[in-house]
Write a protein that binds this ligand. Structure first.
Ligand SMILES: *Cc1c(COP(=O)(O)O)cnc(C)c1O
Length: 372
């Protein structure tokens, strides 16, 4: 048996007729930038999430970048985030000349530790970017309190958590901005790059709508210096089709996660590996299913030899990346993140994963620990 880490071909089989139909229509229309199809998708996302404004942009990275731009983040400002995330979360801060300030993560959930945010806050702190990593929401309550007491804006990085909830609150609706990615491997993924910014504020919504078209509300008159960052019509149309299946696909991911938990339990692997924890009251959407083991590298090779795909998110925390040397962090500054980087391993969790494949993965992991 062979188990890919991820397989989008299976998903495509279930929607190909609808996708091919709409692509044919768009090519006949020959309208590719903004317009009614993008508006329609934005409207559907806004209503799915329960948020006043949803603005399609060119990528998840741009959604973060534009949110910081809208807040006027500039050199001298600090933006607090986690070092255990995809590079883009911190890269956008540096690109605006501001300084990323990191706080460590919780060892069980891998999420930013909100209680540490207050400790690193200086008068220069402008915003905090909690990352709903792997599909689980960060506890935003303490951050909301902070943001109301001090002027600290919350920008949620929802790239890996489209559809996640904390109680009845949906990821991307709590902060000033919610930043989504439609990179193909995300829970709602397009046929290329894409992103979305949500905000309850109409004035920020309008500002983002201008900033994505060079800071202009009507052609050739510019109120701000913006960028070119729009969601393609082709992407919007494909995503609109996929949105109808998102809740179902997320449920399948959750069921796969529950099945792993049962299988690991009955295989007696509870002591050998630690499995993902779900914060009380949260709906996890499992963009990734990440286990921890001290023998990560050996296990990865063993699974690879048995044709089971895995991945390491992330092998080097951001405070130790060569490009951030100037920030002055060193090994040991964020021990929980550093330990996670050495021990995490993501297993296949895509919605179409079969029970037999999961059983094979768990058996193979068992076999590894019996040998070692
Ligand atoms: C994927 C991702 C991004 C960036 O999204 P792109 O669409 O690839 O630009 C940002 N943050 C996190 C946590 C991500 O996983």
């Amino acid at each position: 048996m062979k188990v890919p880490f991820f397989d989008l071909k299976l998903q495509y089989q279930s929607i190909h007729k609808e996708v091919e139909g709409v692509l044919k229509d768009i090519f006949e229309e020959q309208g590719f930038i903004l317009g009614p199809r993008v508006k329609e998708f934005e409207k559907k996302m806004a209503s799915y999430l329960g948020v006043r404004n949803a603005v399609g942009v060119a990528s998840g990275t741009d959604s973060l970048y534009l949110s910081l731009m809208a807040l006027g983040v500039q050199p001298g400002d600090e933006v607090i985030t986690t070092p255990f995330t995809f590079f883009a979360t911190a890269g956008v801060i540096s690109r605006l000349g501001a300084t990323p300030v990191f706080v460590d993560i919780d060892p069980n959930t891998f999420l930013m530790n909100p209680s540490q945010v207050e400790e690193v806050m200086t008068p220069n702190a402008k915003a905090v970017i909690p990352v709903h990593l792997f599909g689980l929401m960060v506890d935003l309550k303490p951050l909301k309190v902070l943001s109301e007491e001090e002027e600290l804006f919350i920008i949620e990085d929802v790239a890996q958590a489209t559809g996640a909830r904390d109680g009845s609150e949906m990821a991307g609706t709590v902060g000033t901005f919610g930043c989504f990615s439609f990179f193909p491997s995300k829970n709602l993924g397009g046929a290329g790059d894409g992103g979305l910014i949500t905000t309850q504020s109409d004035s920020y919504g309008d500002l983002i709508r201008r900033l994505r078209v060079h800071g202009s509300a009507e052609g050739y008159f510019h109120t701000e210096v913006g960028i070119n960052s729009r969601l393609d019509v082709l992407q919007a149309a494909i995503l609109e089709i996929k949105l109808k299946f998102l809740e179902q696909w997320n449920k399948q991911r959750r069921e796969n996660a529950e099945r792993y938990a049962e299988m690991f339990q009955s295989a007696g692997l509870g002591e050998k590996i630690s499995i993902p924890q779900v914060r009380e009251g949260c709906t996890h959407v499992f963009n990734q299913y990440v286990i921890k083991t001290d023998q990560r590298d050996k296990l990865k090779t063993f699974l690879n030899d048995k044709e089971i795909g895995t991945a390491v998110y992330y092998p080097l925390p951001l405070h130790l990346q060569p490009c951030f040397k100037n920030l002055g962090y060193k090994e040991g500054d964020f021990p929980v993140s550093e330990n996670a980087a050495r021990t995490v391993l993501a297993l296949p969790i895509f919605p179409e994963l079969e029970v037999e494949q999961q059983a094979f993965i768990v058996e193979t992991i068992s076999e590894f620990f019996k040998k070692s």
